[in-house]
Design a protein around this ligand. Sequence first.
Ligand SMILES: Cc1cc2nc3c(=O)[nH]c(=O)nc-3n(C[C@H](O)[C@H](O)[C@H](O)COP(=O)(O)OP(=O)(O)OC[C@H]3O[C@@H](n4cnc5c(N)ncnc54)[C@H](O)[C@@H]3O)c2cc1C
Length: 410
Amino acid sequence: MRKGPKPRLAILGGGPIGLEAGLYAKKLDLPFTIFERGRVGEHLWRWGHVRMFSPFGMNSTPLGRAVVERSKAVATLPAEDALLTGREHIAAYLGPLAETLQSNIQTETVVLKVSRRGLLKTDSAADRGKRPFRLLVRDKNKERIEEADIVLDCTGTYAQHRWLGDGGIPAVGELQAEPHIAYGLEDILGERKAHYANKTTLVVGTGYSAATTVCNLAQLAPDNQATWAIWLGRDPSSTPLPRIANDPLRERDRLAVRANNLATRDDDNVEYHGGYVVEAVEFLGPDKGFRVAARSADKVRVWEVDRVIGNVGYTPDTNLYRELQVHESYTTLGPMNLASALAAQRRRDGLPPTCRDAETLRNPEPNFYILGAKSYGRNSNFLLRVGFEQIRDVFALIMDDAKLDLYQSR
Ligand SMILES: Cc1cc2nc3c(=O)[nH]c(=O)nc-3n(C[C@H](O)[C@H](O)[C@H](O)COP(=O)(O)OP(=O)(O)OC[C@H]3O[C@@H](n4cnc5c(N)ncnc54)[C@H](O)[C@@H]3O)c2cc1C
């Protein structure tokens, strides 16, 4: 490490990857702050009833497990092969980690924008690394500016849903109906049961989130016979979920099989319609439900339903760094270098493509790194294991740059 002051890190987001970054910063004795908009693990809290399909051993790291064991916050760590729900993962792992990082975490604190002191987006790239980052931060209702030499953007994607309409833009009426549509993973068998039992729900999307939703609605049906799911997918094939050959994540494959069975059998309270795109959504008023129009080829069908769930994916918040020089992928909205490296790969083992060339994590904007789920942009293949590798790689870059005395922003 160089002789001058150590670089200050701002870690945006206190999810699993932001926390792992905090553990590394602490271990390397670098000054750091984790800014978290909500609670630690906020997005996991929101889908916390869902059972993760990768085992605990893949969702934790040796460093994190050692920290939790030392903290004695939990009697024993879960087994490596344990499949935990999001909430169980917070209780067993993220919560205890957060306690050890407590003095460096600011919860209920949102980072609104990031820029460089004295530089606009259009200003020369040459000296940008010599100016500190300026972060516009808001806690409770007070705004302030924080400075940092290195920014790790680990803000995830779960809070920004995509839209139901054809071509990815809102369907006609969807903007008005948005507050009444559920776009995340609803706790259909738990706290939201009364909302969905004996109702007709239209579900849009053919990913694992939609599969989870439809399977849960089907599970509700035997005891609540009037529960019905109308499931729409864009692809015309009769089975909505493509199966990954020899998927090493067995729970994920089981989910795909269960959902595809529901879509193709006609003895459950689920009807699947492939090849449909949503044209219009009208919210008819409280307790009156929705009218949804969808098109397949030139045929338009209209459904009147009680509930609408749009499980159509998530997208990164790129507004956060509009004033920085970030090269975005035109397909995924993730950082370009990484997106290109990932696109060049075809893995056959069912695990997501990864890239261990640390240099691909760099952006034209020096010392600004997009990591974790957000680094994959709209590519939904991300797994925590990939994010943990990124953290190891990025701290190797940070320490190498420190040896070259590249952090001269003060
Ligand atoms: C239902 C579901 C199940 C999944 N199951 C698995 C699985 O089994 N195995 C697996 O490996 N992966 C799984 N994933 C994928 C992925 O690992 C998770 O999405 C994981 O939470 C990503 O971690 P992260 O730290 O990158 O981002 P997140 O967990 O999304 O954390 C981002 C954090 O940043 C905060 N934040 C956002 N914006 C701001 C801001 N402007 N300022 C401050 N804070 C901000 C958020 O509140 C949040 O706490 C799953 C995803 C979903 C949605």
